[in-house]
Design a protein around this ligand. Structure first.
Ligand code: ZN
Length: 443
């Protein structure tokens, strides 16, 4: 359907001119939003264009997840065995690295499919993924790209470069990244995904490796996607081995910049926050992951002027839930219930799409003429008045445990009445369970 009019009782456009429309209509032509009006005006002006009418519900722009690990979909319910990990490094060693080293290409595809489907169900239409499968490197990003195409979601992919599995696999990672950049970057790339240069973290990359990486990719106009001071041990290692705090170490190798995505930034001092600000490096908070890993919470009250967004870090795919958690834990830890409401709402609705556009060129986040038709219909009949002024209150305290009813990406309706239109979801989940069981048995 190249042209259609969507009508709903409530449309939150996230546009400055008309943030909330009641009984509004959106005209979509060739995947792009071309007009916003009242239902009556739209029908009078375009009597021959098909109307999709929702008698109940709230239409909003699709959300953006700035940091995901789609392969983590296969960790749900897995018991890694042994003693429970007692610190961050044990969590990596005993859980995540054990899992990623056992992934095969089919696992990578199916876990990505599941993570992307879960994202859509939570109203997330753009996903920035950070992938690791250190024993199945070659072709891993093709598998993830295929999942993005099959689910029809937009976003970014990268392979995690690290020294932790030795020189040969590091070289293979470099090649996988080069191949990905040649396929999914630059102006000739017409797909819905853009590749980035993925790094694990300072403490698993030597100076030689960082030098190789920055030299190798200097001709590509793309940013880096890396974990920054997630745990205190990252800073301790960098200072001890290299005499620099991690942010300064990354700056030395040209890793920072307006197209780069630094994840976590839990243990930064004021100087490092200043460096992120000066270099316009984007920082992504992952509050639920920080709580789960007990690595502390970044004191982002001190990160004034830094471009900050939100991501799930593989703890599910629910961005409204992530924002709520960031808000509640900030209240709790900082002992200030007045802190963060507008800022975190701004990250969820504005900063995340702005950062996505900076790092990939992909435009999303508003129901406004000229924007791609990335939209979500929630079966939400507001139990209290919904207005321009209190929309954030409905995101934080109203859209509880709500899944999307229908989702459009670039005007394609890929979720309809909570079911996927491009494939049989029950079959996908059945295959996923079989693959996950075999993966668990291999570990
Ligand atoms: Zn991560």
């Amino acid at each position: 359907m190249s042209e259609f009019i969507l009508t709903a009782p409530y449309i939150f456009t996230n546009s400055e001119d008309y943030p909330l429309l009641k009984s509004g209509a959106v005209l979509v032509e060739n995947g792009i939003i071309s007009e916003i009006s009242s239902t009556g005006d739209a029908k009078r002006k375009h009597p021959d264009i098909e109307e999709i009418n929702f008698s109940e519900g709230l239409l909003t722009p699709g959300l953006v997840n700035l940091h995901h690990h789609l392969y983590s979909s296969f960790a749900c319910g897995w018991n890694p065995g042994g003693s429970p990990p007692e610190d961050f490094l044990q969590i990596l060693n005993n859980v995540w690295w054990k899992l990623d080293k056992s992934l095969q290409l089919e696992d990578i595809y199916y876990s990505a499919m599941i993570g992307l489907c879960q994202s859509l169900k939570m109203g997330v239409t753009s996903v920035v993924d950070h992938h690791a499968s250190q024993r199945t490197v070659t072709g891993s990003l093709d598998s993830i790209a295929k999942a993005f195409k099959d689910v029809d979601v937009k976003g970014s992919i990268c392979f995690e470069l690290t020294d932790r599995e030795g020189d040969k696999l590091f070289e293979e990672g470099l090649q996988e990244t080069t191949d990905a950049l040649s396929k999914w970057s630059g102006k000739s790339n017409s797909s819905k995904i853009m590749a980035m240069i993925g790094l694990h973290a300072s403490f698993t990359l030597s100076d030689d490796s960082l030098k190789r990486i920055s030299e190798n990719f200097s001709s590509f106009d793309v940013g880096y996607h890396f974990h920054l001071a997630e745990d205190k041990s990252d800073q301790v290692d960098s200072i001890r081995q290299h005499g620099l705090r991690v942010t300064h170490r990354f700056e030395k190798f040209g890793i920072l910049g307006p197209k780069s995505l630094a994840i976590h930034g839990v243990h930064l001092n004021d100087d490092e926050a200043g460096l992120l600000r000066e270099t316009q490096t984007n920082l992504v908070l992952c509050a639920r992951s920080n709580q789960n890993n007990a690595v502390s919470l970044p004191d982002w009250r001190k990160y004034d002027g830094v471009n900050i967004g939100l991501g799930t870090d593989g703890i599910g795919s629910d961005m409204v839930g992530e924002a709520k958690s960031a808000l509640y834990i900030s209240h709790h830890v900082f002992g200030d219930p007045s802190f963060g409401f507008a800022d975190i709402g701004n990250m969820l609705l504005n900063k995340n799409p702005e950062i996505l556009q900076k790092i990939t060129g992909l435009k999303t986040g508003k129901i406004e003429p000229g924007y791609p038709a990335d939209m979500v219909l929630w079966r939400y009949d507001p139990p209290t008045p919904l207005t321009d002024e209190n929309i954030l209150g409905h995101y934080f305290y109203g859209l509880y445990n709500l899944q999307a009813d229908s989702v459009w990406v670039d005007g394609n309706m890929i979720l309809k009445n909570s079911d996927f239109t491009n494939f049989h979801y029950a079959e996908l989940v059945g295959e996923s369970r079989l693959r996950a069981k075999k993966l668990w048995e291999r570990m």
